[in-house]
Write a protein that binds this ligand. Structure first.
Ligand code: FES
Length: 168
């Protein structure tokens, strides 16, 4: 006898999540982006199965859903890495060289913004002002703040997480 017959499956959970989010947004204009945003917030990323369900629930093509996801670097189709590196691109950080820090991270990790490294260790993201502009330029790793960054700090920070210890 299957005692789990009434237990919701992962697929049921995904269906429920998509239906519930779409139902709340369906009467607003341009609902697709907020729908995808909320599902990603709650599920973590937007795999193909979720994209299919969103398209079905919203009565639009899967190509349309995928088009929006691939246009905005904020949307992820794979789970985030173990460490989420988020570089602040707010004005103060940008003026103090956040762009060079971001470029160095892209080069070292071989990813673009919104992507995760092959080994699943790092996801690279951009964010807006973190509210600590006095430390600009700033990045966070899983929420931990690193400020007054130089390009050279990128190597040190990455090495510390590759060794799994993090910087004290
Ligand atoms: S602009 Fe980066 S912390 Fe404010």
């Amino acid at each position: 006898m299957n005692t789990n017959a009434n237990q919701p499956t992962k697929n049921d959970e995904k269906n429920f999540l998509v239906k519930e989010v779409v139902a709340r947004h369906q009467h607003s204009k341009g609902a697709l982006i907020p729908v995808l945003h909320e599902i990603q917030e709650r599920y973590g990323y937007l795999p193909v199965e979720i994209q299919e369900k969103v398209a079905k629930e919203m009565n639009i093509s899967q190509a349309e859903v995928f088009g929006v996801i691939s246009f905005y670097s904020h949307f992820a189709t794979k789970p985030a890495g173990k460490y989420r590196i988020s570089v602040c691109m707010g004005t103060a950080c940008y003026v103090k060289g956040a762009g060079s820090v971001l470029d160095k991270l892209k080069e070292k990790l071989h990813v673009k913004v919104g992507q995760t490294t092959e080994d699943g260790a790092f996801t690279l993201e951009e964010c807006r002002c973190l509210g600590c502009c006095g430390l600009a330029p700033v990045l966070t790793v899983n929420g931990k703040v690193y400020g007054r960054l130089t390009i050279e700090d990128v190597d040190t920070i990455l090495e510390s997480y590759k060794n799994d210890g993090g910087i004290a």
